[in-house]
Design a protein around this ligand. Structure first.
Ligand code: ADP
Ligand code: MG
Length: 266
C-alpha cells in the first residue's frame, strides 16, 4: 500500500547553512511514528519544509499518499491532507470551538451538515464535547489545548498529522492525556508523525517506529527498544555506535536528563 508520507533525500538550507542533509523517512497509513533527536538536529525544520515554509531552499522528494508535496503551495498541501498542530495553541476569545470548526470544515469543502456530524463524533472520541461551546482554547490547561489541536485536526480528516514537540512544557498528567489523544487518533486512513525530545511520552503510547535524527538526517530507525537505549545511554551512544563524529559545539543532552525539564550539569 502507498505510504501516507514518503521522504527521500530531503535537503534544506537557509543561505549557506545546511540544515537537512539527505533525510529519508516513510510513514505508512495506520501507523504512528516518532522522531527523536537533540536540540538543533532539524526536527522542526522537517515539519516546516513539509508544510511549505518559504524560507528554506529545498531539494529531494516528499509525497503525501504518492502525490508530490514540494511543488505545492501551503494551502494546497493542507487541502491534500497534511496538517500540523500548533506547538503553542493560542486562545481565540469570543469564538466558540464548534463555530470555529464549522468554518474550517467548510473551507475544506465539507457541507455544514457533514462537518457538524464530524464535530460531534470526534468530540466524543477525544472527550471534547464540554468544550464545544466555549471559546477556542479559553482557559484550557496545557494538556487540554494539545488534545483540542488533535481533535480539530481529526475533524478535518487529514492523511498525515504532524505534532512537533508534542510534550514540551506539559506536566506528567498532561503528557498522559496527550498520549491518549494521539492513540485515539489512530486509524487506517491516517499517518501520524510526532516529534519529541523526551522519551517520557513513550511510556503512555506505543509508536510503531521510532526514528533518531542527528545533524539533519535520520540515522537510525527501530521499535520502542530504541527509546530505551536513548533513555539509558543518550544520543552520544548512538553517535558512537554509528561512528558519527561529535561536533565540538553541538549541545549534547541526554533524554534521561531532560525528564526533570531542568538542565543537568555535572
Ligand atoms: P530541532 O527542532 O531539532 O531542535 P530545528 O529544526 O529547529 O531543530 O533547527 C535545526 C538547525 O537549523 C538549528 O541549528 C537552527 O538554528 C537552524 N535553523 C532553523 N531554522 C533556521 C532559519 N530560518 N535560519 C537559520 N537557521 C535555521
Ligand atoms: Mg524543534
Amino acid at each position: 500500500m502507498k505510504p501516507a508520507l514518503k521522504i527521500h533525500d530531503l535537503a534544506a538550507s537557509v543561505g549557506e547553512t545546511e540544515i537537512l542533509k539527505g533525510l529519508d523517512l516513510e510513514v505508512p497509513f495506520g501507523e504512528i511514528h516518532a522522531i527523536m533527536g537533540p536540540n538543533g538536529s532539524g526536527k522542526s525544520t522537517t515539519c516546516h519544509v513539509l508544510t511549505g515554509h518559504p524560507v528554506y531552499e529545498v531539494s529531494g522528494t516528499a509525497t503525501l499518499a504518492d502525490v508530490d508535496l514540494l511543488d505545492k503551495s501551503i494551502e494546497e498541501r493542507a487541502r491534500m491532507g497534511l496538517l500540523q498542530g500548533f506547538q503553542y495553541p493560542t486562545e481565540i476569545p469570543g469564538v466558540p470551538l464548534r463555530d470555529f470548526m464549522v468554518e474550517a470544515g467548510e473551507e475544506r469543502g465539507l457541507s455544514s451538515e457533514e462537518v457538524l456530524d464530524r464535530i460531534e463524533r470526534e468530540a466524543k472520541r477525544f472527550d471534547m464535547t464540554r468544550f464545544l461551546d466555549r471559546a477556542v482554547n479559553n482557559d484550557l490547561s496545557g494538556g487540554e489545548k494539545k488534545r483540542s489541536e488533535i481533535f480539530q485536526m481529526a475533524v478535518l480528516d487529514p492523511k498525515l498529522m504532524m505534532l512537533d514537540e508534542i510534550d514540551s512544557g506539559l506536566d506528567i498528567d498532561a503528557v498522559r492525556q496527550v498520549a491518549e489523544a494521539v492513540e485515539a487518533a489512530r486509524k487506517p486512513e491516517l499517518g501520524v508523525l510526532m516529534i519529541t525530545h523526551y522519551s517520557r511520552i513513550l511510556a503512555y503510547l506505543s509508536p510503531d517506529r521510532i526514528h533518531v535524527m542527528l545533524d539533519g538526517r535520520i540515522v537510525e530507525s527501530g521499535g520502542p527498544e530504541l527509546a530505551d537505549e536513548l533513555e539509558d545511554a543518550g544520543y552520544d551512544a548512538i553517535r558512537e555506535r554509528l561512528g558519527i563524529e561529535v561536533k565540538p559545539k553541538a549541545v549534547q543532552k541526554r533524554p534521561a536528563d531532560l525528564l526533570t525539564d531542568t538542565p543537568f550539569d555535572v
